[in-house]
Design a protein around this ligand. Sequence first.
Ligand code: F0G
Length: 369
Amino acid sequence: MTLRRRSRRVSQSNAWPGVIEAYRSYLPVSATTPIISLLEGNTPLIYSRQLSQAIGPRAQVYLKYEGMNPTGSFKDRGMTLAISKAVEAKSVAVLCASTGNTSAAASAYAARAGLRSIVLIPSGNIALGKLSQALIHGAKVAPVEANFDACLALAKSLVNNHPITLVNSINPYRIEGQKTCAFEICDALGQAPDYHFTPVGNAGNITAQWKGYKEYRQHRKIDRLPVMLGFQAEGAAPIVHGAVVKNPKTIATAIRIGNPASWQGALTATQESEGAIQAVSDAQILEAYRLLANHDGVFAEPASAASVAGLLQLARTGYFTSRKKRQTTVVCILTGHGLKDPGCAIDSITMPKPLPPSLSAVSKAVGLG
Ligand code: F0G
């Protein structure tokens, strides 16, 4: 009797195929490009009642929860394309400088593709979750005693001297992949939002999102463009001040960047859309971080909360009431998952003390006594 070998893959005909397959015609891939995917994208667009109420009676605020990507941040959208193109170009290794999330995504997608990955990180200034991702995926991790900007400069020199692909967002495929976030928002809403709020670090993401909206309008998928509003942390706000910050400082380590590579892209996005890049303080970031967790049930990492901190800041100054009469749709990008940085969560609450295993002690401690 001959046994027919069963296919090892379960059919997933209706399942989400990942951003390259979902938006293939908008991306620089051919029929022969090997697709390296973890089925990234298709992240939830969650309505926030509390934020909608805070903004005004005709506002609808949505949270684009990019922390739900496979490695826990928006970086996966760009990395699927950057790594696929690196494999197509027969590269054997990839390299990035990172405040954490890029390194997590690069090392995961490289592992899947069978490529070596090397990551340069600012020593002592990346969240533990991100560091553990790079290590468990087998990256060669170099913690450098310098900030992100210096790590990026080193990474650029290394790729000039070695046959390695740089997968920071100066790699154009990263931007191409990340623009799919804008596509998904428009597909979900049936139109572009009126306002798009996003955290800004190296400024690749705001550049990519604006590109995405513009392409969707060119293809007549939408007929208007959003106002783009980007937020840097007060101690790391070079674009806001129009000058490089030598020693950037913020609790939001993901956006602790003093000389963004896509500076011009961020300016173009905000100038063309009549938006702005503004600063929010660490206290505002933490306030938004807690609000999201306490009232929306959404756990986002501190840098992500900069978009919501920015929304609340603009709302307080009357930005929305003075503008539109009709319904206003706002999208805040939550770039990374809260579990990336458990230290921040633990530091921003009071850690409960251990209790004896008695009914009275436990009841009393949890407010049921
Ligand atoms: N939010 C998170 C969680 C990030 O990790 C980053 C950037 C940003 C926002 C800002 O995005 O750089 O495109 O403006 N993280 C990079 C990294 C720098 O190395 O992981 P951007």
